[in-house]
Design a protein around this ligand. Sequence first.
Ligand code: SAM
Ligand code: SF4
Length: 349
Amino acid sequence: MNQFELIDKLEQNKTLEHSEFLRLLSGDILPDEALYLKQRAREVTDRIFGRTVRIRGLIEITNVCRNNCLYCGLRKDNRNLHRYTLSADAILECCDIGHALGFRTFVLQGGENPAISAEHIANLVSNIHDRYSDSAITLSLGEWDDRSLKLFRDAGATRYLLRHETINPAHYSRLHPDEMSRDNRLRCLHTLKRLGYQTGTGIMVGSPYQTLDNIADDLLFMKNLKPEMIGIGPFIPHSATPFASFRAGNLELTLRIISILRLMFPHVHIPSTTALATLHENGRCLGLLAGANAVMPNLSPPDLRNHYSLYDNKSAFGAESAEGLATLSSQLAKNNLYITTEKGDYSDV
Ligand code: SAM
Ligand code: SF4
C-alpha cells in the first residue's frame, strides 16, 4: 500500500496499525503525500465545522506549582520566576472582559498550587457559572483526587484538559520526577471521563527522548481513550529547566500529527496552540489549515502574562491575546477562516 492509500485507509477506518502510523510519521513521507494528508484533514474539518474557528479564553490563574516536570518553566525548582496567584475577583474580572469580547468558554489553567484548595476552585467555578450561564468552563489544573474532580464537575465545570504527555512509562519517567507517575495521570483521565467531563488529552511533539514509536503508541492510546479535545503542540525549551539545551519540536511533524488526529477523530476539538504560534510566525494558521478548529487567546491580566513562562519567548500578546481578536480575525480571514463565538460543546457537532 502506498502512502496515499494509507491516508485513505486512515480516513476510512479512523485508525491504523502501529507500523502504519510509523510510516506516516517517518521522515520518508514525500511532500505531495504530506500535502495530501493535510488536504484530507482540512476537508474533514470543513465538513464538520465549516470554516469556523472556536475561541476559548485562556486565564492563567496561577504560576505556582508543586511539581517539577523537567520540561516546564513553572517547575518548583525554577527560582527565577516571580510567582503569582490570581484572586477570585481578578479571575472574574478576566471573565467579564472576555465575555464582553464574545468569549463563551473560559479555560482556567495553572500549576498545581498547594495553597489553592478544591473548595476554592469549586466556589470559583460556581461563581463563574452563576454569572455566565451561557458559557462553558474548562479546567486545566493538573492532577486531583477523584473527590475534587467531582466537586469541580458538580460546581459547573464541563471540560478538563490534562495531557497524558506520553503513554510510554520509561519516556514518562524521563520527563518527570520520581514523585509523578503516569498511572496517576491515567487515573485522573479515566475519572474525568467517568464524571462526564469533555476530556482533553495530548502530547508535546519533540519532547526530549521522544521517538516516533512513542508517538504511534500515543495515537493508539488516544484512540482507546476517546477524548473530546486534544492538545498538541511542539515542545519548546525553557532556559531555566534541565531541558534548556534540547531542540524545539519540529513544525512539520506537529502539523502532520494534527492532520492524523483529525482523520482519526473527525469531531474532536483541536486547538492550534500557542506553542505552535511561538515556534512559527504563522503557526496559528498553519495548525488550523492542518485540521485544528479552535484557538485559545490569552485572557490573563496583561501585566502577569510574561510570568506564566512555560517555555522561552512564549507568545501572549497581539494575535495571541484576547484583546487582539481583531488582529487574529484578519489573519484568519486571509485563509478564509472565521471566528465563531459559539460555545461549541463536543455534543454540538
Ligand atoms: N499544570 C497543568 C498540567 O500540567 O496539566 C496545566 C498547566 S501545564 C503548563 C499545560 C501544558 O503545558 C502541559 O500539559 C505541557 O504539555 C505544556 N508545556 C509545559 N512545558 C512546555 C514546554 N516547554 N513546551 C511546550 N509545552 C509545554
Ligand atoms: Fe506544573 Fe503543569 Fe508545569 Fe508540570 S507542566 S511543572 S504540573 S505547571
